[in-house]
Design a protein around this ligand. Structure first.
Ligand code: SF4
Length: 194
């Protein structure tokens, strides 16, 4: 099956890397996409699975406070994290994580390569290496990534994850390049793998 033009390679990508319009007020670094990362994925002929933006889904574009952009960034991020880290949003995220697990299992069952997940560090929801807690950028995962990690592990789906930062363009592009090179040429999965 699927012996056609498709590359049979996919990657999971945080929503705002492809759509900066979803990001919280005052934090977009690009007009639309993180172009350099998208171009890398296109060059490598990788199918892009765009995650939903968990904060848009649960809190809306204003993140439940139209004055959010007037706060210091990490303080605002931490406020958002507190809202996301509660029962109702977690239930919504759990449902999205279950859908993702089902789709990734299906891809893997059919011999597709699921290359990994690109998150957004410092994000209250999509951070992989760092998130925002208590007004600081701290090591740890965003709420959505936490839910995804646990859900995929329960479904037996292994997924390497790395964080990017739209505000650190060169470093993020280099990181994604290395990540892809490892996946295309070996060797080991990153320590963030499930
Ligand atoms: S980092 Fe996650 S929650 Fe924040 S805008 Fe991007 S997709 Fe949405």
């Amino acid at each position: 099956m699927f012996d056609d033009a498709r590359s049979k390679r996919v990657i999971v990508v945080a929503h705002c890397l492809l759509n900066q319009c979803a990001i919280s007020d005052g934090t977009a670094d690009f007009p639309s996409q993180f172009r350099e990362i998208v171009e890398l994925l296109l060059e490598h002929q990788i199918g892009i699975i765009q995650l939903p933006c968990p904060e848009l889904l649960c809190l809306g574009l204003e993140r439940q406070d139209a004055r959010g952009a007037s706060r210091p960034l990490l303080q605002e991020n931490s406020r958002i994290r507190n809202l996301m880290d509660s029962e109702q949003p977690r239930n919504v995220l759990q449902q999205k994580a279950e859908e993702l697990a089902s789709h990734l299992s299906d891809y893997q069952r059919h011999g597709f390569v699921v290359l990994g997940l690109l998150g957004v560090d410092r994000s209250p929801s999509c951070g992989v290496d760092t998130t925002s807690i208590g007004g600081k950028e701290m090591p740890g995962k965003g709420v959505f990534i936490e839910v995804i990690e646990k859900t995929l592990a329960r479904h037996g789906v292994g997924l390497c994850m790395i964080g990017t930062k739209t505000g650190e363009k060169e470093r993020s592009v280099e990181r994604v390049k290395r990540f892809l090179a490892e996946r295309f040429e070996g060797p080991s999965p990153s320590k963030s793998s499930v």
